[in-house]
Write a protein that binds this ligand. Structure first.
Ligand code: SF4
Length: 338
C-alpha cells in the first residue's frame, strides 16, 4: 500500500467513526501524526513523540481520538474506561464518549476516595463499581503500610522477608550495576516497628480490575500521563500508547497530555468535574495513601489539608489506623507539629 492510500484509509476510518468529514486541519494533523508514526525508524518515532508532547491541545486531541478509535476497533467495542473520578480520567471519559457514547466507565471503590469524588462519580452515567476483597485496615494488618514509593516499599518488604542471602544483599547493596537497592536515606526504615508494603495497590486496584476484565473480556483505556514521573516519560518514549501486544493489553490515549492540557480541555468543552479540586487539592487518589508524603511541603502535606477539610476522616486515619505513628517515624519529625 502506498503512503497516500494508507493515509486515505486512515482518513476514511476516522471520519466514519467521528460521523463527519475531517476538517482540513485535522487531515493535515492526521497525515503528520500517522505517516510519521507508522513509517519512521525508532529514533524518528522518538523525535515525533517528543514533538507531540510539546504540541498544541488540538493536535493532542486528534492523536488521542485516533488511538481510541484504533483500540475500540481492535476489540470490537469490548473496551472500558478506567475511571477514578479525578480530572484526568474525567477528561478521558469525555473524549471516549464523544466518539463511542456507550463505552462503560469502571470505578474501583476502594473505600479510600474523597467523599467529593464518590459524589461526583454518582453523577456520571453507565459506571460499573468494582470493589476490593479486603478493607484498608485489613491490608495494613496483613501486609503493612504504603510509604515512600511503590519501588522502595517493595525493596524494604523484600529485604525484611528475604529467604536468601542473595536477595537480602541485592536489596541492601544493589545488583552489579548498583540498582534495585533500598536508597540510603530510607535504610533506617528496615527497623521501623511496623510493616511496610507495596501490595496495597494490588489489593485495591490491580486485582479488582483484573477480575472485571476476566469476567467481561473488556480491554482497559486508562488516563495516565507521561509527565507524572520520569519513569513514565521513559516508557512513553520507548513504548506504545496502545499496547496491543503487552501481556495485559492497555490503551493510554492521553499519555502525552499534561496538567495544562487537561484543564484547558475541561474549560474548552465545559466538562464538569469533582468539587474536590475547588477545595485546595491538586491531586486526588486514595485519601490515606502515604506514598510520596516526604515530597509534600512541610506543614502543608495532604494530611494537613485533610485535617481542615475532612477532620473526622483525619482523626480516624491518624488514631484508629495508626498513621500518625507511622508518619512520625517515616518523616522523622512530629508530623502534627509541623
Ligand atoms: S494508591 Fe496508596 S492507598 Fe491507594 S491502593 Fe495504592 S498504595 Fe494503597
Amino acid at each position: 500500500m502506498t503512503e497516500k492510500d494508507f493515509l486515505k484509509n486512515k482518513i476514511d476510518k476516522y471520519s466514519r467513526f467521528l460521523k463527519r468529514d475531517l476538517t482540513k486541519n485535522e487531515e493535515k494533523l492526521l497525515s503528520k501524526l500517522t505517516s510519521e508514526i507508522e513509517h519512521l525508524t525508532d529514533e524518528d518515532k522518538k523525535r515525533i513523540k517528543k514533538e507531540i508532547l510539546s504540541g498544541s491541545l488540538e493536535e493532542k486531541i486528534v492523536r488521542s481520538k485516533m488511538l481510541i478509535i484504533d483500540w475500540y476497533c481492535k476489540y470490537d467495542g469490548k473496551v472500558y474506561v478506567s475511571f477514578s473520578g479525578g480530572k484526568d480520567s474525567t477528561v478521558l471519559l469525555h473524549l471516549v464518549r464523544s466518539i463511542f457514547p456507550d463505552v462503560p466507565a469502571v470505578f474501583a471503590d476502594t473505600g479510600l476516595e474523597y467523599p467529593e469524588i464518590k459524589e461526583f462519580v454518582k453523577t456520571i452515567e453507565n459506571v460499573t463499581v468494582i470493589r476490593p476483597k479486603m478493607s484498608f485496615k485489613q491490608v495494613l494488618e496483613k501486609y503493612g503500610f504504603p510509604i515512600i514509593s511503590k519501588e522502595q516499599s517493595q525493596y524494604i518488604e523484600q529485604y525484611k522477608n528475604a529467604k536468601s542471602e542473595k536477595t537480602k544483599n541485592t536489596r541492601w547493596n544493589g545488583n552489579k550495576w548498583g540498582q534495585g537497592k533500598i536508597s540510603e536515606k530510607w535504610k533506617y526504615l528496615v527497623n521501623a516497628p511496623f510493616k511496610i508494603t507495596d501490595k496495597c495497590c494490588n489489593v485495591f486496584k490491580k486485582d479488582p480490575f483484573k477480575r472485571y476484565e476476566k469476567e467481561t473480556r473488556r480491554k482497559p483505556i486508562v488516563g495516565v500521563m507521561a509527565g507524572e514521573s520520569s519513569q513514565r516519560l521513559v516508557y512513553y518514549l520507548k513504548g506504545e500508547c496502545n499496547a496491543f501486544n503487552a501481556k495485559r493489553p492497555i490503551s493510554k490515549p492521553i499519555f502525552f497530555w499534561n496538567e495544562v492540557d487537561v484543564w484547558k480541555y475541561i474549560r474548552d468543552f465545559n466538562v464538569s468535574f469533582s468539587k474536590i479540586y475547588n477545595m485546595g487539592y491538586e491531586r486526588t487518589g486514595c485519601m490515606f495513601c502515604m506514598f510520596g508524603t516526604h515530597h509534600d511541603e512541610k506543614g502543608n502535606t495532604r494530611f494537613h489539608k485533610m485535617k481542615k477539610t475532612h477532620p473526622k476522616l483525619y482523626n480516624y486515619c491518624m488514631d484508629k489506623l495508626g498513621l500518625k505513628k507511622v508518619l512520625d517515624i517515616y518523616l522523622k519529625r512530629d508530623f502534627e507539629k509541623d
